[in-house]
Write a protein that binds this ligand. Structure first.
Ligand SMILES: [Mn+2]
Length: 350
């Protein structure tokens, strides 16, 4: 591994052809194993998160590896894996999903073509879920931290299922503008808008879901939040009120993290942040967490002594420029957020 290479200088510019964050690409023993899942077939508004992993990889070369908050995450090893099947499944699913998204999911009962398409999209979603789950199970067996880099927010289901199976009583910290508690969206069972519904239905071992940043939420989702004792949600207006009162935001953050059990998974939809930090994301909403506030939330996870056993970062969309070199703002923010999540997870398992 590169970190054991005496020639490796964390202050140097990334070497050409190096892996995520300028580290070695060949790091089977890396403590954090990240799977790129460039899949965005159910994105309902602005597609492009399939290019998130490439953009984040490009932008990751610019990061200073010493982190004032979490020290030297690079020493333990962080590696990004790719799997060509995701691209193939996404191309097929996107072709089938486009006409359905144009209809807003209003499919006539006698529209056989559309119903067949939905069935196939569901099948492809199941393939994504199974591939992610078996990746995560392998990591957990080897005592490593499984992470997913999306793609839209439908992709980390298998990671949460695997982590909850390994750590029953798991809590999920969910940062997002949306509650993602819809029972299917636009006809898609494995929709980006349904991920936490699917987690609560399918992942055995999840005791608690703590949601932060919510500001675009359906009426039935509100009913679900109120009616399910496992869910604790903080809405953007509450966050904003605490922010305006200064010290109250620190108290609110402590109360939020307090709701979680000791072992947690973090699912981070980048649109939970202020859209100034993710202007190209699929479904941006005004409001949200500022950068320093999100970092304070992660810092509080560490201070509270929670153990992060897995995580994902989804909905990073480099935008229309496609961004092969990682120079889009969304990619830059995404790469920095990903490094912080790695640092938090590593320090919490130390
Ligand atoms: Mn989401």
């Amino acid at each position: 591994m590169q970190h054991t290479d005496p020639q490796f200088d964390p202050d140097d510019a990334a070497a050409p052809g190096s892996g995520l964050f300028g580290l070695s690409t060949d790091a089977e023993d890396a403590a954090v194993q990240i799977l790129a899942v460039p899949f965005d077939a159910t994105t309902s508004y602005r597609p492009g998160t399939r290019r998130g992993p490439k953009g984040v990889l490009g932008a990751s070369y610019q990061i200073d590896l010493y982190d004032r908050q979490f020290g030297r995450p690079y020493l333990e090893g962080i590696v990004l894996h790719t799997d060509p099947r995701f691209k193939k499944w996404n191309q097929e699913a996107r072709k089938l999903s486009r006409p359905i998204i144009e209809l807003g999911g209003h499919i006539r009962p006698d529209d056989e073509v559309a119903h067949e398409a939905l069935a196939r999209i569901e099948e492809l979603g199941e393939k994504v879920n199974a591939a992610v789950q078996s990746f995560a199970e392998r990591c957990l067996e080897e005592g490593r931290i499984p992470a997913v880099l999306g793609g839209d927010h439908s992709v980390p289901l298998g990671n949460m299922i695997a982590c909850a199976a390994s750590y029953p009583g798991l809590g999920i910290l969910h940062v997002d503008a949306h509650a993602d508690l819809r029972v299917a969206f636009e006809g898609f069972r494995y929709s980006h808008a349904s991920i936490l519904h699917n987690v609560l239905e399918q992942a055995e071992g999840v005791d608690k879901l703590v949601q932060v940043g919510l500001r675009d939420v359906g009426e039935r989702e509100i009913d679900r939040i109120v009616g399910d004792a496992r869910i604790h949600a903080t809405f953007d207006d509450q966050w904003n009120m605490a922010r305006m009162q200064g010290p109250a935001l620190g108290d609110l953050i402590r109360d939020i993290i307090d709701e979680l059990p000791d072992t947690i998974y973090i699912t981070f939809d980048i649109d939970g942040l202020d859209p100034a930090l993710c202007p190209s994301t699929g479904t941006p909403v005004p409001g949200g967490l500022l950068w320093g506030e999100a970092m304070e939330l992660l810092a509080e996870v560490a201070r509270a002594g929670k153990r992060v056993v897995g995580f994902d970062l989804c909905e990073v969309n480099p935008g229309p420029a496609r961004d092969p070199n990682g120079k889009a703002w969304d990619s830059i923010v995404g790469a920095r957020l990903l490094y912080r999540l790695c640092g938090l997870a590593l320090s919490s398992n130390a």
